[in-house]
Design a protein. Structure first.
Length: 97
């Protein structure tokens, strides 16, 4: 399975009042036989969606997806995966505009 096929299967369009938006449905990963996202911790699911959004075969590869999809809390294996945040929301308590 290549990156284009994965993206085609997980990317969906939703109609809203302000127009169409694209989402990456991580539940479709299970249909592709890559693992069950429901057993992953919430933080791993966020990372999984981030990997799907940035899957390009160069910086983010299918192996990175599999590493997160098949994560096992009982395993001692360590693997690095890229994290490419597109937006960061920070709460500001300083009161400085």
């Amino acid at each position: 399975m290549d990156k284009t096929e994965i993206i085609t299967k997980v990317k969906e369009t939703i109609n809203t009042k302000v127009g169409n938006i694209s989402i990456f449905n991580i539940q479709k990963i299970k249909d592709l036989g890559m693992g069950d996202p429901n057993v992953l911790p919430y933080s791993h699911r966020i990372l999984l969606e981030n990997l799907l959004r940035n899957l390009d075969g160069k910086h983010v590869k299918i192996d990175h997806l599999l590493s997160v999809c098949q994560w096992d809390s009982k395993s001692d294996s360590i693997s690095e995966v890229p994290f490419i945040p597109s937006r960061v929301l920070l709460q500001d308590f300083t009161g400085v505009p």
